[in-house]
Design a protein around this ligand. Structure first.
Ligand code: GAR
Length: 205
C-alpha cells in the first residue's frame, strides 16, 4: 500500500448531500485509503460549498460561463485545477455537467459517479436529479435504486461498481422517492465505492 491516502476531489453542482455523506464517512474513519482534499462546484452559491467550508475542505467554483461557455475550455480549467492539487480520484457527486472524452480519458478508471437509478434503467443524457425519479414513477416500476460507476465518455455508460435496490411505495412523489433512494442507497454506496477504488489505487501505486 502507498504510504499516502488517495487525494480525492469531489465535483458538485447543488445541495451536496452526497458530499456530506463522504465527509461524514471520512470522519468516521470509513475511507482510510482516501482523503477529500478539494471540492469543485460548477455553480456559484451551491449549498455543497457551504458543506465543504464547514468541513474545512478547500473549495473552488469553476463555471462553464466563465470559460466563455466553451466545454473544452471549461474542462481544461478543471483539469489544470485537478493537476495542481495532485488529484488521484475524482468523485462526481451530483455534478450536473456531462464530461467529454477529452476529460474522461485523462482520468481513466479514476472518475466515479453516483446515479439515482439502477443503470441501465433511467440513465443517460437528460436523466438527472428529480427527472430520474419522475421517469421511474411514470413507468410504474416497483423497484428502483442507485448505482455508482466509473465515468467514461458515454453518459452513465462506464463500468458499474456498486448498486443497491430501493422499493417504490404507494403514494411516492419524485421528491419522496429521491429522499428514500438517497438515504437507503446513495449515501451508503458512494463512500463504500470511494474506499474500494481508493484502496485499489493505493495498492497499484
Ligand atoms: C443525487 O440524487 C445524485 O444521484 C443525482 O443528483 C442528486 C444530487 O444530490 N445525480 C444525478 O442525477 C447525475 N446523473 P446532492 O447534491 O444532494 O448530492
Amino acid at each position: 500500500m502507498a504510504t499516502n491516502p488517495c487525494r480525492i476531489a469531489v465535483l458538485v453542482s447543488g445541495g451536496g448531500t452526497n458530499l456530506q455523506a463522504l465527509i461524514d464517512a471520512q470522519s468516521r474513519g470509513e475511507i482510510p485509503h482516501g482523503e477529500i482534499v478539494l471540492v469543485i462546484s460548477n455553480k456559484e452559491g451551491a449549498y455543497a460549498l457551504e458543506r465543504a467550508a464547514r468541513a474545512g475542505i478547500p473549495a473552488v467554483v469553476i463555471t462553464k460561463a466563465a470559460c466563455g461557455g466553451d466545454q473544452e475550455a471549461f474542462e481544461d480549467v478543471l483539469l489544470a485545477q485537478l493537476a495542481a492539487c495532485e488529484i488521484d480520484l475524482i468523485v462526481l457527486a451530483g455534478f450536473m455537467s456531462i464530461l467529454s472524452k477529452h476529460f474522461t480519458d485523462a482520468y481513466e478508471k479514476r472518475i466515479l459517479n453516483v446515479h439515482p437509478s439502477l443503470i441501465p434503467s433511467f440513465c443517460g443524457e437528460g436523466f438527472y436529479g428529480l427527472r430520474v425519479h419522475r421517469a421511474a414513477l411514470e413507468r410504474g416500476v416497483k423497484v428502483t435504486g442507485a448505482t455508482v460507476h466509473f465515468v467514461n465518455e458515454i453518459p452513465d455508460g462506464g463500468e458499474i461498481i456498486l448498486q443497491k435496490a430501493v422499493a417504490i411505495e404507494e403514494g411516492d412523489t419524485p421528491e419522496i422517492l429521491q429522499r428514500r433512494v438517497m438515504e437507503q442507497a446513495e449515501w451508503i454506496l458512494l463512500p463504500r465505492a470511494v474506499e474500494l477504488v481508493s484502496e485499489k489505487i493505493c495498492k497499484t501505486e
